[in-house]
Write a protein that binds this ligand. Structure first.
Ligand code: PMP
Length: 349
């Protein structure tokens, strides 16, 4: 066999990269990926695929979808750029604007992973002890490193809190680069969100996704920003990045916002119950959440993770980023009760 040292051929920045962990771990109750526990009724989509010509490429500009999303967010269709999940849009932003890329940590790991994959420098600034933005440190890094892009996930994954709105504002005002407010979890939050500020700040980008509200299978995320900014991002977009089925299904779903709101409300209500029950559980320190998951600290996170999994409950081990912490996604009432029961019995041992 011909001998080729593949590792030597790979770009140095990719050689040291670790692939994003998205493994399928068999379990009874899946509470690890911040998905919605509520799927859409397949009957709702029965007619959708019949209008699709499978031999043709999708609408390259996703015109109908952009129109519907624009209406929902009260912006023009030109202010919306859909992607194959917001992950793809992060890729496009970093490809178009380059680095350095600044973000607080712990946060969504893809900002760092994609920066490294594209050979751009990621600058990670630790959050303060309340998991809020360390404003002075962020501003200092902005002055010194002049990041082209700043990613702020608010509510933040995995901590669950929203960053102080006035601190986000200060960063948008003081930065000469692009500030992306990643609002993947905004539907679950009581905070207002940053869409209304788009008119006043040309360097602001809002990122949204359908993945957390029952449609992760579609892989659909959106950038909302000025048409001028999106025109630059659009240059690096792969043609036909959103397939016909996702375009059509999303248009159907977004046309029925009542159902979307009902499932989000159910999750928010269960989040309240789950948090209260976790607070009552000895040995567990849960952190308040504005998202569809709860971060919690325990004495022996690694062992507890395994004990939960042994009983079929899959959560996310966050020990890589935050010592002693696990993250549980809010499920259905039944799933949450199953989690609480196993959690308590595992901690009693
Ligand atoms: N942003 C944040 C903060 C997330 O937590 C996630 C998903 N874990 C994403 C973006 C990616 O979402 P999508 O499924 O749209 O790629």
């Amino acid at each position: 066999m011909k001998k080729v040292d593949i590792r030597k051929l790979v770009k140095p920045s990719v050689r040291t990269l670790r692939a994003y962990e998205a493994k399928e771990i068999p379990c009874r109750v899946k509470l690890d990926a911040n998905e919605s526990p509520y799927a859409w009724d397949p009957a709702k989509f029965a007619g959708v695929s019949s209008g699709i010509k499978t031999n043709r490429y999708p609408d390259p500009e996703a015109k109908q979808l952009r129109r519907i999303v624009g209406k929902r967010f009260d912006v023009s269709p030109e202010s919306v750029l859909p992607g194959n999940g917001s992950d793809e849009l992060i890729y496009y932003l970093i490809t178009a604007f380059g680095g350095p890329v600044l973000y607080p940590v712990p946060t969504f790991s893809m900002y760092g992973i994609i920066s490294q994959a594209l050979g751009e420098r990621g600058i990670a600034v630790p959050l303060d002890e309340d998991f809020d933005l360390p404003l002075e440190k962020m501003l200092r890094a902005t002055r010194k490193e002049k990041p082209k892009l700043i990613f702020l996930s608010s509510p933040n994954n995995p901590t669950g809190n929203c960053f102080s709105a006035d601190r986000i504002m200060k960063i948008i005002e003081k930065s000469n680069g692009i500030v992306v407010v990643d609002e993947a979890y905004q539907p679950f939050s009581s905070a207002k969100g940053f869409l209304p500020l788009l008119e006043d700040y040309r360097n602001l980008v809002i990122m949204r996704t359908l993945s957390k509200i029952g449609l992760a299978a579609l892989r659909l995320g959106f950038l909302v920003a000025s048409p001028e900014l999106l025109a630059e991002v659009n240059k690096v977009r792969l043609p036909f990045n959103v397939n016909s089925f996702s375009q059509a299904m999303a248009a159907t779903v977004l046309g029925d916002p009542k159902r979307l709101t009902a499932s989000v409300r159910a999750v928010v209500s269960e989040r309240g119950r789950l948090l209260e029950e976790m607070k009552k559980t000895e040995g567990v320190t849960p952190f308040p959440s504005e998202a569809n998951f709860i971060l919690f600290r325990v004495k022996n996170a690694g062992e507890l993770y395994q004990a939960l999994l042994k009983k079929g409950i899959l959560v996310r081990n966050m020990e890589d980023g935050i010592r002693g912490c696990l993250r549980v996604t809010v499920g259905t009432p039944r799933e949450n009760s199953a989690f609480l029961k196993v959690l308590r019995s595992a901690l009693e041992r």
